[in-house]
Ligand binder design. Sequence first.
Ligand SMILES: Nc1ncnc2c1ncn2[C@@H]1O[C@H](COP(=O)(O)OP(=O)(O)OP(=O)(O)O)[C@@H](O)[C@H]1O
Ligand SMILES: [Mg+2]
Length: 258
Amino acid sequence: MEVITVANNKGGVGKTMQAYQLSCHLAFKGHRVLAIDFDSQANLSTTLGVNIERTLIPEWLIGDVTGKDVIISVEGKNDFYKNLSLIPASRHLSNLSKLLILSESEVRKCAGRKERLLKVRLQEVIENYDYVIIDTPPMLGDELVMSLVSSTRVLVPTQAQDYSIDGLEELMDTFEIIKETENPTLEFAIIPSMVNPRRKIERQRLEELSEHFNTTPVVRNLVQMQESVSTQVPIFLMGKKGRGADDFYALWESLKLN
Ligand SMILES: Nc1ncnc2c1ncn2[C@@H]1O[C@H](COP(=O)(O)OP(=O)(O)OP(=O)(O)O)[C@@H](O)[C@H]1O
Ligand SMILES: [Mg+2]
């Protein structure tokens, strides 16, 4: 089972877009996929057509409920949805850190330290999935740390427009700490996201970005991408001669996610 986290502490850079398209793509290819919405904004859940009153993620993490109670099947017209399961979020998830402090003794019993909670829970469902894809909120909080400890890779969508090496370096520092302490084999990929290649300034910033980091093929800023989310149809099934699908296929190919 490969666990892939999509992360960037900067908001609105295309994390949920990546998590949504990748989860659907891998399920379409016949892999058994578990998508986890670890963001209280619940955008991934909504895009997958799931709206719930109250998430049970905190209860699942501390062991009050089982995987069966939090994992739901995603319904949809296309056949691939049968391969896709989801742990949905709701606004309630914003209390996670507080709840974990209040449940300190359960946390210690389950996992030793709270950073390892998600990893322990994922190990319980390891047989059932080929891929776990985690969408995270735009902050360096417990959700992100738990996801990084559990993951084999991290995908980091980065907007060249507002590109700031300082911001990325803060995130890289977090990766390094996790690698040194909990997860030495964690790998990451920087994905230039929502790129407008016609703008000279963006091309320059992309170049600058690739001088500092290994970057993947870019995902362009295209109206079609927004349509994919608003109509809840993955980009590779949108039917039009898709430039959006081309971008994602090139990206997944480079990441060997086929
Ligand atoms: N490649 C793209 N082209 C055009 N629009 C995009 C693209 N990627 C994302 N968007 C749009 O930009 C907005 C932000 O994208 P998204 O929600 O994926 O970002 P995010 O990083 O998950 O945000 P947050 O930090 O709030 O969770 C959404 O409206 C989305 O539809
Ligand atoms: Mg998001």
